[in-house]
Ligand binder design. Structure first.
Ligand code: MV4
Length: 597
């Protein structure tokens, strides 16, 4: 077994890997960007190396810097986590050439699954069912038309070949929408993956996203750990995942498990990986393989009792898997909620900021994988997912109740997160009926009821410009009452707390003026719509002088390759609009001034 492992990642997944190493008696090495000097993964590791100056969002992508930290630390292996370099075949090769073990599959397997068309071709030849469509790039709209007329039919999905996870995915319901879909998917493929190539799939109208966890070793063993249902997603970002999938019984599980192990075996897979697919009417179709440990691996760990990260490390060290397929027994039900610093009521706008007080849920069946703690600063430069809350119970209904209970226990200072969104959606009939909840998640009016402000608790008092809130406990005839007194701010607010952008470091429970404008970026009382993040204006959806309603789309800001929709924080007339496509904006910059109509 390895004596020392370097973790080339940050946040909750870095902490997750460090925990596995500690239990296995392996020393850990962290790497960090300047922004992450005080991050938990850095404190938690046995040693840590600064990745050096440079854009913070790119630090974890600089292969040479990471190789240097490997050499300095004497680590024998590198765990890439997810994202960053985890599916970068060049990184796996560079480590191999340096005599360092990459804790993941061989570079050839990453490559084979990297091109979605090549992967579809390979899977088809291996007898793995794929969504009907092309296994080769489609050169032009004219070619696409011919193929669709001859075999695929409408509606059709146009997808980027370099893509994955839904990026570069467009649907054409009929021929007159094909050109737009084709060009859109191609443009997005070019932007995100440097590859404008697209392919076609029959569009399945109502599938579930079901994926299978696989583990493989270098001794010819490939097993699966059952499936996860990740159908609850918005704009291809998964929000809630569960295991087992409500729509899968033991017979179907055996069938899709075989499909998944066949797929992994076809690329000589090794380590932990996931076969993503669509399930519709009992038929399972391969979509793509994620050649790494996934965010949502935890729900599988809770229902199988198998530590996926530890098995991955074991296999990388050349040992056989500790389990055979017969050892894999599913028990109970697990649910994971992603705790993102986002405001669901404002179109899931990013809501970075400082976490003051912080308290994690606990008790029976609760697991928290978190990358943050008290006084952490959530930077807009990184993924907004700051933690995951995962629960286990004997069945889906009880796991749901447990999750709602645990969500209620979770206190993350004044940070705006998806906690209220999760509580709301888990209490719906749609969730109870195991529906995909697409209609709810796209319903702006419904979403308004799921934002942090709509469900303010004592832990996160809602504030506006002129009022302050103070919490007291009173006893009336010996009975305890918690009261909140809301009134004019006067002198009750500490002067330092009115600073913006996390410079208020009081960290106390004292009431604060609106310390930062979260979500859409602006306090309701002000006319100014401020940018919640740093990025580039991608699109401006309104013109100066236009009348807008609250929640109307004002502009789209591209940051970290993500398109963030910024909506009007109030109704009114666009009095000022100092933005245009292509210009850069900093967090706090004015995007628009909306005055009363
Ligand atoms: C599809 C599809 C329908 N037909 N492909 C791709 C990436 C993943 N995020 C979901 N993807 C889909 N691919 C074809 N040919 C529908 C989706 C899809 C989806 C599927 C199941 C559950 C929720 C979904 C939400 C959005 C898109």
């Amino acid at each position: 077994m390895f004596k020392k492992i370097l973790i080339a990642n940050r946040g909750e997944i870095a902490v997750r890997v460090i925990r596995a190493c500690e239990e296995m008696g392996i020393a850990t090495v962290a790497v960090y960007s300047e922004l992450d000097r005080d991050a938990i993964h850095v404190k938690r590791a046995d040693e840590a190396y600064l990745l050096g100056p440079g854009p913070a969002n790119e630090s974890y992508l600089v292969i040479d810097k990471i190789l240097e930290a490997v050499r300095q630390s004497g680590a024998e292996a590198v765990h890439p986590g997810y994202g960053f370099l985890s599916e970068n075949a060049a990184f796996a090769k560079a480590l191999e050439e340096a005599g360092i073990v990459f804790i993941g599959p061989p570079a050839s397997a990453i490559d084979a699954m990297g091109s979605k068309t090549a992967a579809r071709d390979l899977m088809q030849k291996a007898g793995v069912p794929i969504v009907p469509g092309t296994t080769e790039p489609v050169e032009s709209v004219a070619d696409a038309k011919k193929l669709i007329d001859a075999t695929i039919g409408y509606p059709v999905a146009v997808k980027a070949a370099g893509g994955g996870g839904g990026k570069g995915f467009r649907v054409a319901l009929s021929e007159d929408k094909l050109q737009e879909a084709f060009e859109g998917a191609s443009r997005e493929g070019e932007k995100f993956f440097g590859d404008p190539t697209v392919y076609l799939e029959r569009y399945l109208p109502n599938p579930r996203h079901v994926e299978v966890q696989v583990l493989a070793d270098n001794h010819g063993n490939v097993i699966h750990l059952g499936e996860r249902d990740c159908s609850l997603q918005r704009r291809h970002q998964k929000l809630i995942e569960e295991a087992p999938a409500p729509a899968v019984n033991a017979e179907l599980r055996a069938k899709i498990g075989k499909i998944a192990t066949d797929a992994a075996a076809a690329v000589n897979y090794s380590g932990a990986g996931t076969i993503e697919g669509l399930l519709q009417d009992g038929e399972y179709y391969f979509l793509e393989m994620n050649t790494r440990v996934q965010v949502e691996h935890c729900v599988t760990e809770l229902v199988t009792g198998i530590d996926i990260v530890k098995q991955g490390i074991r296999v990388a060290a050349g040992e056989p898997l500790a389990y055979t397929q017969d050892d894999v027994i599913l028990r109970g039900h697990a649910i994971e909620c992603r705790i993102n610093a986002e405001d669901a009521s404002k179109n899931f706008a990013p809501a970075p900021g400082r976490i003051s007080s912080y308290r994690e849920p606990a008790g029976p069946g609760v697991r928290v994988d978190s990358g943050v703690g008290p006084n952490a600063e959530v930077s807009p430069m990184y993924d907004p997912m700051v933690a995951k809350l995962i629960v286990w119970d004997v069945d889906r209904e009880q796991a749901t109740r447990r999750m709602i209970r645990a969500l209620s226990e979770y206190e993350i200072g004044e940070l705006k997160t998806l906690i209220p969104f999760h509580k709301t959606i888990l209490a719906t009939q749609q969730w109870a009926d195991a529906e995909t909840c697409h209609d709810l998640i796209e319903d702006r009016e419904w979403l308004k009821s799921t934002g942090p402000a709509a469900q303010s608790t004592g832990a996160a008092p809602a504030q506006d410009e002129d009022t302050a809130e103070q919490a007291y406990t009173v006893e009336v005839s010996g009975k305890r009452f918690d009261v909140r007194v809301i009134g004019p701010a006067y002198g009750a607010v500490p002067a330092a707390a009115s600073a913006t952008n996390g410079s208020a470091r009081t960290g106390s429970a004292a009431p604060r003026r609106a310390a930062r404008s979260g979500g859409g970026g602006s306090a309701a009382g002000s006319d100014t719509l401020a940018s919640p993040l740093q990025g580039t204006i991608f699109k401006v959806n309104v013109e100066a002088g236009a009348t807008v309603a609250e929640g109307d789309l004002i502009c789209v800001i591209e940051a970290m390759k993500m398109e963030n929709e910024i909506t009007a924080h109030k109704a009114g007339v666009i009095a000022e609009l100092p933005i245009s496509p292509g210009v850069s904006v900093a967090s706090g910059d004015t995007l628009a001034v909306i005055s009363a109509a």
